[in-house]
Structure formats: C-alpha cells, structure tokens
Ligand binder design. Structure first.
Ligand SMILES: [Zn+2]
Length: 465
C-alpha cells in the first residue's frame, strides 16, 4: 500500500517538475557562460579580451563533446574568431551556420550605474556590456547546442558555430568567416533581441526575423576654389556652391521600392501598428508599390521612411579658413542607407544628378567596413522553422520579417549569395533595450524559451536534406 502510494505521488509530480524545468543544465549554463563572457572586456584596442571569450565558448563545447580537431580559434590583429563544427551524418550536405559576434562596443565605467564589465543579476535582468548585444544570445545558442548533443541528437547537416571578433568595428573577421563558409546552406544570426515585450503588460507583442539590410555608405562632397580676399568676391563661391548642392540632395527623394522582405513586412506589421492612418498606408503600399499617397504618408514617418527606399542625408560640413578670405575648400558628408540591390556607383551618379552642381566632386569614403548585400530570399521552408520554434517557446505571437538600416555579420554572407536570417529568440521591452548604450541588460525570462527555440530550430534545420 505504502509503496504504491509513494509511486502514485511520484507519477503525479514528476512530469510537472519536468515541465517546470525541462532543460535545467542548459539554462544554468546559459547564465554561467553569459556572465563569464561579459566579464571579459572584448573591446577593440589594447587588452582586447575577445580571444578569451572564444576560449570560454570553445571550452564549453569541448566539455560538451566536441572534438578538438573541430574547434578552431584564429587570432586576427587584436581580436580572434571561433569556428566550431558539429559534423553532420551526410558530409555532402551544406552546413547550418550559427552566427554571433564576441566583441562589444566600448563602455566607459564612469557613465554606467554599474561597472559594464561586471555582470550583475538584479530585478529579473542580467546587466553588463554585451548582455543584449550579443553575449547572452551567443551563450544561449552554445548552451542549447550542447543540450541538443546531450539529448543524443545527430545532425544530418553539419552545424557550424561561427563567431566573429570585430563586428562592431572593422568586420575583418566577419568577412573572413563568411568567405570560409561561403558554401553554407543557411545562416542563423542571433545578434540582438528580435522580440518585443509590451510596455504595459510585459507580455510578448510580436517577433521579427531579419531578412535584409540596407547598405551603409558615406559620400564626401568637395568643392575647391582659388579663393582670394573677401573684399573682392568672385562669382563662384565654394560655400554657396556646396550649400546649393546640399539643399538639393536634402530635398531629393530616391524612388520608392520593395523587395519580398519589405512587402511582407508592410502587409503583416500593418495589423499591429497603433496608428490607423499609417497602418492603412502600409497596407496600400504593400498592395501597390506605386501608390503615391501611401508613399507620402510613410515618408513623413521617421520610423518608416527608411523602409520605403534609399535615403541620403547631409550629416557634416566644414569649409573656409579665415573670416576675411574667400573659401578655398568646402567638404561635406552625405550619409546614405541604400536599399538592397544598388551599387555605390549607382547612388553616387544619382547624387550627382540631384546636386546638379558640377563643381562638387563626390567620393565614396566608407572604406571596407561595409558591402552591398542583396535581401535574403523569403523562403517558406525557413519561415516555417522560425514560426514553429517561436510558437513552441512563446505561444501565439504575431511574426513578420524586417529589413534593417544597420549592418550585421549577415551582410557578408548575403553578399556571397548565402541566405542569412537574423533570428534571436529573445524578447525585450523597447524601453529596456540599451544595445550599445548605458546599463545594457537582457530580461532573464528569455532563458527557458530561448533553449526551447534553439532546440526546435536546430533540430529542424539540421535534420533536413
Ligand atoms: Zn551586435
């Protein structure tokens, strides 16, 4: 009797306990890895500890059963990158790439309430530089991958951890990694949270996956002039010429355009946009990319104008050398966010036409930290994988794709024709999102759903042929 009673209690309580904490080891490891890596100051410059971040992740994978020959840490300048492979059972299949970066943006301790490089858990958050961009995400991905192996999963396609070491600055390692993995089947980039929590209720509002990025370009404009004494003005004044050119560029509107990612974004995000007039314009533009009235409404919205097409805006100007001399040289910077699919040369020619001031010479001064990249294809097989995983982790949440105005490691893969999707499982309130800013933090409520999400996504992607 007694034994039977005990057995009944066991049967009743064990599944509930298992549901409450199904992946305790992965959850604990996520937090341990995130704290250990936040404590390492992986900032460009002297004493850059990025290589130590790579060693922490490599050590975890080694302990999790990865073979030494499958783990590589490659130093590059003052940083390093990590490539760790879980070979698939079918070596003829292109691998899945799990992408993140290990470097962080500089943080000055005197500006922070807490030391940015001392991880602190408080009020349901993990605080520290890199908490949301992107050490928590990278740690969650690594711990989930190890959990997948612990469960006895055997991937058909290989899974490659590919963590860069200078995404926030030169992107040298980002480019090297993409070149080495140019044969990848698909890239899952976990850089920064993709889900939004309600400011009022804290409940998940919507989740997005990123399928495209605009290209960042800086153009320098320059006018030179023989100059002379200001008491003897000439007809051509370099400041006046530059002013005219900048005014025209500022007023110029690049053509409205769409790709599969932004069309789907406008159509789906309209359903949850709080402003009915803007929501209507989003729907109208999705249905007809030439709808002039809708385009006008969207262009008037700072949060929308970048989604409608290329934007270029004057951001800096300098000129003249003395209060009583005609200016000999004037320069300005025009910063562009180029819609995917256009080259720098194309945009430069368009700016020249818009400026209609032949004396102004225009030069691309971006350097090699950015490249043009096409939108990744909107392939239903991948969308289904993300939607299923988010549903398993968070329940019924609206999902739509985005095209971002900033660059990430995905840019280098897309430029090589490898589909890359930004798809972190983490949710955060917009008011708590301090990536690159002060008191960066991530809500701890992301740990458990995060593991569930990765187990689902990685199982699905790596089991397919
Ligand atoms: Zn980042």
């Amino acid at each position: 009797m007694r034994a039977a009673a005990v057995a009944v209690i066991f049967v009743l309580t064990a599944p509930a306990a298992a549901r409450a904490q199904p992946y305790a080891e992965a959850e604990a490891q996520t937090l341990a890895l995130a704290q250990e890596t936040i404590a390492l100051r992986s900032v460009q410059g002297p004493d850059n500890r990025t290589i130590d971040v790579a060693r922490v992740y490599a050590g975890a994978l080694r302990a999790g059963g990865w073979a030494e020959r499958d783990i590589e840490i490659a130093p590059v300048d003052d940083t390093a990158y990590l490539i760790a492979t879980w070979p698939g059972s079918d070596p003829s299949l292109a691998p899945i790439v799990l992408s993140a970066h290990m470097d962080v943006v500089e943080a000055r301790p005197e500006d922070w309430e807490r030391d940015p490089f001392t991880p602190v858990i408080e009020n349901g958050f993990l605080y520290g530089r890199g908490a949301s961009d992107t050490k928590f995400e990278a740690s969650l991905a690594i711990a989930s991958l190890i959990e997948l192996k612990r469960q006895g999963f055997r991937p058909t396609r290989g899974i490659v951890v590919a963590f860069s070491g200078d995404e926030e600055t030169t992107m040298k390692t980002s480019k090297i990694i993409a070149d080495r993995l140019a044969n990848a089947h698909v890239v899952l980039n976990v850089d920064t949270a993709s889900g939004t929590l309600s400011e009022e209720t804290g409940e998940p509002l919507y989740w997005t996956w990123q399928g495209a990025e605009k290209t960042y370009i800086d153009f320098e404009l320059e006018v030179t002039n023989p100059g002379g004494h200001s008491a003897r003005p000439r007809a051509d004044n370099a400041i006046a010429q530059m002013s005219r050119a900048l005014e025209r560029i500022n007023a110029y509107r690049f053509a409205a355009e769409q790709n599969d990612i932004t069309r789907d974004y406008f159509a789906k995000a309209a359903a949850i946009h709080p402003d009915a007039r803007i929501a209507a314009a989003m729907r109208a533009f999705a249905a007809n990319p030439r709808d002039a009235a809708a385009i006008e409404v969207l262009r008037a919205e700072p949060s929308m104008i970048g989604q409608v097409g290329t934007t270029c805006v004057p951001t800096m100007v300098s000129g003249g050398h003395a209060v009583n001399a005609l200016p000999q040289r004037v320069t300005a910077i025009v910063n562009c966010r180029v819609f995917p699919g256009h080259s720098s040369a194309e945009i430069k020619a368009e700016l020249e036409r818009a400026a209609a001031t032949p004396e102004v010479r225009i030069t691309d001064v971006t350097g090699d930290t950015a490249t043009a990249s096409p939108a990744s294809p909107l392939r239903q097989e991948f969308v289904d994988v993300f939607e299923k995983a988010v549903a398993a982790a968070w329940g019924d949440v609206p999902i739509y794709p985005t095209q971002s105005s900033g660059a990430s490691d995905s840019m280098w893969y897309r430029a090589l024709g490898v589909p890359s999707y930004g798809a972190s499982p983490s949710f955060i309130k917009q008011s708590d999102n301090f990536s690159h800013g002060l008191n960066e933090r991530i809500p701890l409520l992301n740990v458990r759903p995060g593991v569930i999400y990765y187990l689902s996504v990685l199982r699905d992607l790596a089991s397919r042929r």
